[in-house]
Design a protein around this ligand. Structure first.
Ligand SMILES: C[S@@+](CC[C@H](N)C(=O)[O-])C[C@H]1O[C@@H](n2cnc3c(N)ncnc32)[C@H](O)[C@@H]1O
Length: 184
């Protein structure tokens, strides 16, 4: 069974169920064992492909604004298990892993020209990183795009939501851990 490490997966399911990606891509930043990506792939419709972005490699990095750098359990073995669990999705062309950091992904020419209809932000949880990702994806957002942010109490979500208003996003629903913003 594919495991998650967070809360509000029921909300992620609700916000993806039947959501029409209009032939554009979906994305999850921070895949870990794969539960978030699985829920997205199982529930959205008309998705070009789901892109997972994760460097794995058991990196030591600063997770939150006011903490030091730590190592978690995001190993290459975890990546390999996830890739095996997602074999049928990969064989059907529904999933691809970009085994790299968010920064590398956002600078990669291949992805800079993509359009995304659904994004789950669940990688780095420092405010400046989430803000950088949010603006990058807002510039590549399809009409009616949905953004879901995990662990929003851990960073400056109100500042990020305010900035996203400039790109036409409105906050639609707040869970304890995840929140949904939608492009109007
Ligand atoms: C909280 S876990 C993701 C949980 C997953 N979305 C789920 O629902 O089960 C965070 C993940 O972010 C990844 N990560 C860490 N730094 C990253 C970065 N700079 N860019 C992308 N992903 C990163 C970690 O390797 C880890 O797998």
């Amino acid at each position: 069974m594919i495991k998650g490490d967070s809360k509000d997966y029921d909300l992620l399911e609700k916000w993806t169920k039947g959501f029409d990606c209009q032939g554009y891509k979906s994305c999850e930043i921070g895949v870990r064992a794969g539960l978030g990506s699985k829920i997205i792939m199982d529930n959205v419709v008309n998705n070009y492909i789901h892109v997972g972005v994760d460097p794995y490699g058991n990196l030591k990095y600063q997770h939150y604004d006011h903490t030091g750098a730590i190592t978690c359990d995001y190993t290459d073995d975890m990546r390999d298990t996830m890739l095996n669990d997602f074999k049928s999705y990969r064989n059907q062309g529904k999933f691809t892993l970009c085994n790299m950091t968010d920064t590398k992904f956002m600078n990669d020419t291949e992805h800079r020209h993509s359009t995304f209809a659904f994004v789950h932000f669940d990688g780095p949880h420092m405010s400046k990183d989430v803000m950088t990702e949010a603006i990058w994806f807002a510039n590549r957002a399809a009409p009616h795009t949905r953004f879901v942010f995990d662990d929003h109490p851990k960073y400056e979500m109100s500042v990020i939501a305010y900035a996203l208003e400039l790109y036409g996003f409105k906050t639609k629903e707040m869970g304890d851990n995840k929140c949904l913003l939608e492009k109007q």
